[in-house]
Design a binder for this molecule. Sequence first.
Ligand code: ADP
Length: 396
Amino acid sequence: MADVILVLNAGSSSIKFSAFDVQGKALSLVTHGQVEGLFSSPRFVAFNANGEKTGEHAWGDGVKLEHAEAIAHLGAFLRGHGAGHHLIGVGHRVVHGGAHFTKPVLTSPEVLDALDKLTPLAPLHQPHNLKPIRIIAERNPGLPQVACFDTAFHATQDPLAQAFALPESITKNGVRRYGFHGLSYEYIASALPEIAPDAARGRTVVAHLGNGASLCALSAGKSVASTMGFTAVDGLMMGTRCGNLDPGVILYLLDELGMNAREIEDLLYRGSGLLGVSGVSGDMRALLASSDERARFAIDLYVYRIGRELGSMSAALQGLDAVVFTAGIGEHSKEIRQRVCEQAAWWGIELDAQANASGGPRISTASSKVSAWVIPTNEELMIARHALTLIEGASA
Ligand code: ADP
């Protein structure tokens, strides 16, 4: 039976998982799924590589399921389905690697302590990302575990691209731009040479448009700038996050509207973006299907903000050769892709309507000065690749 690598992406209320068969250097998906609603109405669901449901369980409304119990359930499922028999290691998505962790790392108590110290930089995600690593280490101390960071891919950015115009007394605490969605961008950069060799060598802006959204400027496959900064709330308008905001607005919310820090956090992360502007939904599909005028305005603003930031990313690249769309909206919404490309027509992007309707991968015409592409991202595979490399390195 083949070796298996498990990939976990743990959040505050859900744990997503994927398991990959290892055959030499090749990784193939065996099963994936999630436990969601951990503290409200926990549900487990698993699928095979063809997307057919292979497991399902609900604990009932109002049940609180700790991360440890969810992982125990997942472990039992994997063992029952053979996917855990030769588990050689676990790869984890960890949002923040700070200035120090610029590559994936094998975890140890010392590494976990160092990653704990980064919690103030990502309080909503970091503790939940680290929890399963400790739970698994306790139960299975010999099993190698690898932490893969959303920030690491952006470590190649010039100090200028990472700096805020703030005094050193503040920036020395680690207050700088880090950038996120790095595992997604790294996967796209790894896929480009085969799919779009010119884009792989050239100046390419990748648009990761999911519930969270950001742009990354790639120069020959390396990150030179990103719209997300110190936190994942900066940059583009997102499902429920506001993106770029005049810092003076925060002062106004504090001083004039009497909001406290937690209320502002809730507004910026969970009550803004598509949801806040439309008042209808933070889900792009729902907005595209809505005839509400505010839904239309929210979509207009979403596209406009991408256009503005595309200009900023292109300036960092000193030009533009290609644009790549990825993640939920980027991969599935031909309408949003079309509108973004139309807005960027001044760059020389000429959309091929038929190719766009069928999902690409190339969606620009042969004569388009700037090429446009749709490439599905695969952060889980990227994590599994890193985990395999480090596990093999450790046992060599
Ligand atoms: P996450 O960032 O949570 O991983 P996804 O990458 O799955 O999220 O993206 C979710 C977004 O993708 C939602 O706004 C959803 O409406 C949108 N989406 C998914 N399919 C489509 C579609 N066919 N058309 C438009 N939007 C879509």
